[in-house]
Design a protein around this ligand. Structure first.
Ligand code: F6P
Length: 550
């Protein structure tokens, strides 16, 4: 398969230059870099859409940053970005446009298009389609919030259960928690994703069918986990209020009107989106319906505006001042030149507790690939492993390894300046911890410094902190719908930049298909009691053990 954006980055001249810079700067520590240049912190902090990104604690200097920019030029990252924003089919293996940026365009505006022209895909006006769905979502969400939409018995809806998985779950679940402060407390949202029967059972246990509304969220409407949970939820409702209740208690979010109808959901209660919205890039599409019910259409619009502000910045800012470009290039430097395979995302905000899980899909399903977009093997490591927990909990768990373990982990520390829940000194304590960790990760503590504390000699080695853990600090005033949108868009575009440098297609996910198929064969072997029906001996043995134990 030919692909104009699949060039091997390792043959770009800038790759050799970066390799030399890495070799010649081996002894250069983050502490040295910070101490050598008092202007560094200001020069390496860039702000856009209310979010500042401070990369002064990364192991980069001006020459490295310039060479990374050269690499981006040689890999035609900006041309690739423009192709994506223009609706070209940059998702080549699925032959699709990638237009999540169109979901958040304010009415009448566009990105990089001449004034007055419309973004078209498949002959359709993208903005008009998006606007139409947003209007329907807003009206419906508002009706649920005001009580104009009621259950089949006439009771007000108090609980909304989103049934979906992957991109049809992680974004809405993350956003619901992140924006809890903005949500209507008289309606609770719940998220069921796992095919483990416990997930649905435990969510439904305290709920009343008369006041519960289900949103079945699935782009394809074929995903095994979602369709199984949806059927069980339907049975639960029908058992209590009969078949006629379904239309008042089930709505669907999907691109597949046919299967939605076949499931028994009235197409009038379906909110659509399009194949040019990837699952992991869909939280601001109709997949965000639960978010809209929780926070209301106006706050939802504000979230879209935050996304869009970061999109505008990504589309227009100079590469050296461009947050997603910088963040993406630093990630490439850490992954490929410093050989750091993993990144911890450490939000110092309880509201962002699900943000690392959300980012895991966004980053790893996008860039966890070993072939470039033309099918040739990647000649360099690609997507990092992403994980994390909110601070300060992580400090009492895995930070030991971050500080003194034998594997270097790159860190993103996320700081939110204001809390809507002030309680004594707690917010300042939280932020002090975040900044302290960033400092220790970057600077560490030398043996001489440890000795100077009066530490007994036999403990010195144990208390030395190597530091030099590349760390970025992201900071913004408050977590609100706008800043959440901007933050997510920042990571989305950073993921894009990394994929573009590596020449991989960040928008397909072929690696998840085989497991789904094999599971069907194993399920059949279990249900028919014929373990040997599967050709893989290890699986057959495991099935036997399972059948004996269950
Ligand atoms: O896990 C693979 C995947 O296709 C994800 O990309 C997607 O977000 C998820 O499954 C759910 O898919 P759907 O929305 O079609 O149910």
């Amino acid at each position: 398969m030919t692909n104009e954006f699949a060039a091997d980055p390792t043959i770009a001249p800038a790759w050799s230059e970066l390799t030399s810079l890495r070799d010649s700067s081996r002894g250069m520590s983050v502490r040295d870099l910070l101490d050598a240049d008092p202007a560094r912190c200001d020069e390496l902090t860039v702000t856009a859409a209310g979010i500042s990104l401070d990369i002064s604690r990364q192991r980069v200097d001006p020459r490295i940053l310039e060479a990374l920019q050269s690499l981006a030029r040689q890999q035609r990252v900006l041309e690739h970005r423009n192709a994506m924003l223009a609706g070209e089919h940059v998702n080549t293996t699925e032959d699709r446009a990638v237009l999540h940026t169109a979901l958040r365009l304010p009415p009448g505006s566009s990105l990089l298009l001449p004034p007055g022209s419309s973004l078209l895909t498949g002959g359709r006006d993208v903005a008009a389609d998006v606007a139409e769905v947003l209007v329907r979502m807003s009206a419906w969400a508002q009706d649920v919030r005001t009580g104009d939409w009621r259950g089949s018995t006439g009771a007000r809806i108090t609980d909304v259960v989103n049934i979906g998985i992957g991109g049809s779950d992680l974004g809405p679940a993350m956003a619901y928690l992140a924006l809890r402060h903005y949500s209507d407390r008289s309606i609770s949202c719940h998220f069921v994703s796992n095919v483990d029967p416990t997930d649905l059972t435990e969510v439904l246990r305290p709920l009343d069918p008369a006041t519960t509304l289900f949103i079945i969220a699935s782009k394809t409407f074929t995903t095994q986990e979602t369709m199984t949970n949806a059927s069980a939820a339907r049975d639960w409702l029908v058992g209590a209020h009969g078949e006629a209740a379904v239309s008042r208690h089930f709505v669907a979010v999907s691109t597949n009107a046919e299967l939605v109808t076949a499931f028994g959901i009235d197409p009038a209660n379906m909110f659509g989106f399009w194949d040019w919205v990837g699952g992991r890039y869909s939280m601001e599409s109709a997949i965000g319906l639960s978010t809209m019910v929780a926070i209301g259409p106006e706050h939802f619009r504000s979230m879209l505006d935050g996304f869009h502000a970061m999109d505008v910045h990504f589309a227009n800012a100079e590469p050296s001042e461009n947050l997603p470009v910088l963040m993406g290039l630093v990630a490439v430097w850490n992954r490929d030149f410093l050989d750091i395979p993993t990144t911890a995302v450490l939000p110092y905000s309880q509201y962002l507790a699900r943000f690392p899980a959300y980012l895991q899909q966004l980053t790893m399903e996008s860039n966890g690939k070993g072939v470039r977009a033309d099918g040739t093997p990647s000649s360099c490591p690609t997507g990092a492993i992403v994980w994390g927990e909110p601070g300060t909990n992580g400090q009492h768990s895995f930070y030991q390894l971050l500080h003194q373990g034998t594997s270097t982990v790159a860190c993103d520390v996320i700081v939110v300046a204001r809390t809507p829940n002030p309680l004594g000194r707690q917010q300042d304590m939280l932020v002090a911890n975040a900044l302290a960790q960033a400092s220790v990760l970057a600077r560490g503590r030398t043996a001489d410094e440890v000795r100077a504390d009066g530490t007994p000699e036999e403990l010195v080695a144990h208390k030395v902190m190597p530091g030099d853990r590349p760390t970025s600090v992201l900071m913004f005033e408050e977590l609100n719908p706008y800043t959440l949108g901007a933050l997510v868009a920042l990571y989305e575009h950073s993921v894009f930049v990394q994929g573009a440098v590596w020449g991989i297609n960040s928008f397909d996910q072929w690696g998840v298909e085989l497991g789904k198929r094999v599971a069907l064969g194993i399920l059949d072997a279990i249900e028919t009691g014929r373990p040997t029906a599967v050709s893989d001996l290890a699986s057959a043995r495991s099935i036997e053990r399972y059948l004996a134990l269950r």
